[in-house]
Design a protein around this ligand. Structure first.
Ligand code: FAD
Ligand code: UDP
Length: 403
């Protein structure tokens, strides 16, 4: 059967497009190589029934009301305040750097004024930081840079922060007050029943106009499928057979640990409450261990269970068998991506969308925003009927948002 659209990837980008297009009357075939919807947002219960994020923590937050409203059609929300800690020099620190962190450093109470003054003396005066090291040095000075950023960044990216675009460490806020939240966005919440439930409801909304092929690699079935237009959300270099060589990607290895209540008995002091392993949803390890962070998502899912789950996250090279989790924001990769972007722009009837296809370090809300815009342009497009023209390719998407 011929479909109006083929959508490669059932992540957030692909599913928003599928939902919008089918509601507008178009037929879609969704091709997903994994065995589930949701891409990297996927969550599932472990052996003890504890919901955990399989591909790293996904903290939903946004300043875009239309993105929140759109997703609210498919989920209720559980308000969340994401508070994380960094473990360094044998203790847990409040992170991102804020007045509480400063007080921990001093070992006594302080004020925003004193902290501001202290920073003024230590900040490296750089008007326009040209890399991630300069961003951090210009915001918090060398002491905090060395404590929290230098080692973590090397571990995570296998590159020095001098070789990474300012946007990488520039994602992390710093505050003179005692606001210890990781993000500053107006809306911060988790899907009440989890991400998988949200994606199932998106698929339900597609109805009969969507055909879903899970466990199917697009490259293997490309010639068997019949469609007018393609929406591609996989890696852009793979689409073109790595013609100019592979793009630099960074991968991860996730090691989930299921912990039964009996195993948590002696963790009460560290966790601060029964039924938990650690005292915050995320603990970062900038300078120790091979993993960068441990995530106990139960802190923010609100799940009532005596058991828990902690995921250890290890950075990994992008090698055969690894997933391309992060584009690497740097000058060399931008140059190579520009070559693929040029090819993509010439590809007729193909829309390259999302984090992998645009090689851009995008958060969930940015991905939804982009997909909604593309769908809207398609729906109202260029006087060629209901879904006349999808914009072939947007050369530049914002890679990050200033918080
Ligand atoms: P993806 O989710 O990657 O989906 C692409 C899909 O395409 C995948 O399911 C893949 O299997 C499929 N695919 C690829 N190639 C093929 C092929 N050839 N054939 C068939 N299928 C294919 N964002 C936040 O807002 N908050 C967070 O806290 C957050 N944490 C994150 C933590 C980690 C570790 C990572 C990696 C990302 C995080 N993000 C977070 C970003 C978020 O995951 C992305 O913004 C979002 O999931 C991107 O959606 P997408 O559909 O573009 O890509
Ligand atoms: N970072 C760091 N120390 C930390 C947390 C973050 O140096 O404790 C840097 C690091 O380079 C990281 C980047 O800031 O890759 C962005 O951090 P974020 O937590 O937003 O990463 P993500 O959740 O996207 O992996």
């Amino acid at each position: 059967m011929k479909n109006d659209y083929c959508i490669v990837g059932a992540g957030l980008s692909g599913m928003v497009m599928a939902e919008r297009l089918t509601v507008a009357g178009k037929s879609v075939v969704i091709v997903e190589k994994r065995g589930h919807l949701g891409g990297n947002c996927h969550d599932e219960p472990d052996a003890n029934g504890v919901l955990h994020h399989v591909y790293g923590p996904h903290y939903f937050r946004t300043n875009l009301p239309h993105v929140r409203d759109y997703l609210s059609r498919f989920t209720d929300w559980l308000p969340a305040e994401y508070r994380i800690k960094a473990y360094a020099k044998g203790r847990l620190w409040s992170f991102p750097v804020n007045l509480v962190t400063f007080e921990q450093l001093l070992g006594r109470p302080s004020t925003s004024e004193e902290f501001g003054q202290w920073l003024e003396e230590r900040r490296v005066k750089i008007d326009t930081p040209s890399n991630s090291e300069e961003v951090v040095l210009s915001q918090v000075g060398r002491e905090f840079y060395e404590l929290f950023f230098e080692g973590y960044t090397l571990k995570q990216w296998k590159r020095h922060s001098r070789e990474l675009s300012p946007s990488v460490c520039g994602r992390i806020p710093m505050r003179l007050n005692r606001d210890e939240r990781y993000f500053s966005d107006a809306f911060q919440a988790m899907p009440r029943q989890g991400y998988a439930a949200m994606f199932n409801r998106m698929l339900e909304s597609c109805g009969k106009r969507a055909t879903l092929l899970l466990n199917t690699d697009f490259t293997a079935v490309r010639n068997e499928l019949s469609f007018d237009r393609l929406i591609y959300t996989g890696p852009v270099d793979a689409y073109f057979g790595h013609r100019f060589g592979p793009l630099p990607w960074r991968s991860l290895h996730f090691e989930p640990r299921s912990l039964r209540s009996e195993e948590l008995a002696d963790r009460r002091e560290q966790a601060g409450k029964p039924g938990f392993w650690q005292s915050a949803v995320q603990v970062n390890y900038p300078n120790e261990h091979e993993y960068t962070r441990t995530v106990e998502i139960k802190h923010v899912t609100g799940q009532q269970t005596p058991h828990t789950n902690v995921v250890y996250e290890y950075p990994r090279d992008f090698e055969p068998g690894a997933e391309p989790y992060y584009p690497i924001p740097s000058e060399d990769s931008a140059k190579l991506y520009a070559k693929y972007a040029e090819l993509a722009a010439k590809e007729r009837n193909v829309l390259f969308l999302g984090r992998l296809a645009t090689y851009t370090y995008l958060n969930m809300d940015q991905v939804v925003d982009a997909a909604l815009r593309e769908a809207e342009r398609g729906v109202t497009g260029a006087g060629q009927g209901l879904l006349g023209e999808l914009v072939p390719h947007r050369k530049q998407q914002r890679g990050y948002r200033e918080r």
